[in-house]
Write a protein that binds this ligand. Sequence first.
Ligand SMILES: [Cu+2]
Length: 149
Amino acid sequence: MKKGAIFGLITGASLALVLACGGGESTTTTSSPTQVPTKAAETSSAASTTASSSGAADITIEMQDLPGYAYLPADIEMNAGETYNIRLVGSAEFHTWSVADANGDWIANISINPNAEQTVSFTAPAAGTYEIICLPHQATGMVGTLTVN
Ligand SMILES: [Cu+2]
């Protein structure tokens, strides 16, 4: 007898839910078509403003081959803890953009293939001065300095 009473309650409750959902849906459908396009236009204009301001921290470094192996620019500055998008533009030869910490461990060690271009996300380490080297061309002067403030 008790089990039957509980089952009856559940069945009644789910019926009420189905009826409530059906009623709610039909009401929403009739009123929404005129409001949706206006809201979508407002959202997209706000999103484009955010995207243009977030690209402010970009740094572009170009690789230079003979007669003078070099990074253009060789010396860059960053703020500690800030994340930068570094665009590395390759030349005819293979290069690396390698940055070591005081212990000689790589903070960054990025390969730049011939005539390839890539953008890497790099978070500046603690304040200090770091040496940037190109592994194949370090001996011929392809070095730079990362100054973190
Ligand atoms: Cu190089």
